[in-house]
Design a protein around this ligand. Structure first.
Ligand code: NAD
Length: 258
């Protein structure tokens, strides 16, 4: 198989959590452009529907929207059932939904801590587990989890201990699943983006004022764009990455190099 064929996602069925906007939407668009049919899974069903409609119009892929809260096992399982009814199989899953709270550790409430861990770590576990069950039966599949450079370094100056801890957990969860499923055709990898310009950063009243400071620290002097994560995710979703599992890909413009 030539490299272009290996990189093609033609005929593949993929779901993307947190796919309504931001990184999830951009990667979903790339999956569609590479030939896949893509389900947009999000808490925000209205925006997910708009995104699915836009991608269908722009790419001709069979896109659909499903509302699900990734922290709720029943909603995740219902989503997978609906997905299988609609698409018949699951080739890849991008477990990407996440949130960030910036609160000093000594002031963080239990509810705030739990919310971040629930979405970012338990949510990835529940969606990867549900996808894994289907893929293990099929004997193939690729799971991509969104971690962060915050799994590797502590961001400054904003306090975000729950976020950092949750993302470090995503990497170790990814490696654990990769080992458990390696001989059964299911690959599991993570991406660790640096600061990316999305609503999470650009529209956050806590984070937006810090962008100039981050850029001053960044070797490339700028935020990343969601589209700059597309290539790695297309690679990981398809056959080109058949020997890649248990890996974490840091895409941060060298932010964590020093
Ligand atoms: P975003 O806020 O723009 O989009 C996140 C999407 O996830 C939204 O559509 C939201 O509705 C959805 N979502 C939130 N909670 C959910 C839940 N419980 N169930 C289902 N969907 C839910 O954020 P983004 O910047 O696109 O971030 C996507 C992922 O990338 C997150 O895991 C984030 O932690 C990670 N990340 C972001 C950056 C960055 O700088 N933007 C950097 C590193 C990692």
């Amino acid at each position: 198989m030539g490299i272009l064929e290996q990189m093609s996602l033609k005929g593949k069925a993929i779901f993307v959590t947190g796919g309504a906007r931001g990184i999830g939407k951009s990667v979903a668009e790339a999956f569609c452009q590479a030939g896949a049919d893509v389900a947009i899974v999000d808490l925000d069903l209205e925006t997910a529907k708009e995104t699915a409609e836009q991608l269908r119009r722009d790419t001709g892929s069979d896109t659909r929207a499903y509302g699900a809260d990734v922290t709720d096992p029943e909603q995740v399982n219902a989503m997978i059932e609906a997905f299988l009814k609609d698409y018949g199989k699951l080739d890849a899953a991008f477990c990407n939904a996440g949130i960030c709270l910036n609160v000093p550790a000594e002031e963080m409430t239990f509810a705030q801590w739990k919310k971040v861990l629930d979405v970012n770590l338990t949510g990835v576990f529940l969606t990867a587990q549900a996808a894994g069950k289907v893929m293990l039966k099929q004997g193939y599949g690729s799971i991509i989890n969104t971690a962060s450079m915050s799994a590797h370094i502590v961001n400054v100056p904003q306090p975000q201990c729950a976020y950092n801890a949750s993302k470090a957990g995503v990497i170790q969860l990814t490696k654990s699943l990769a080992i458990e499923w390696a001989k059964r055709g299911v690959r599991v990898n993570s991406i660790s983006p640096g600061y990316i310009g999305t609503d999470l950063t650009l529209s956050s009243p806590d984070l937006k004022p810090l962008i100039a400071q981050w850029n001053a620290m960044a070797p490339m002097g700028r935020l990343g764009k969601p589209s700059e994560l597309q290539g790695i995710c297309v690679y990981l979703a398809g056959d080109a990455s058949s020997f890649t599992t248990g890996a974490d890909f840091v895409i941060d413009g060298a932010f964590t190099c020093f």
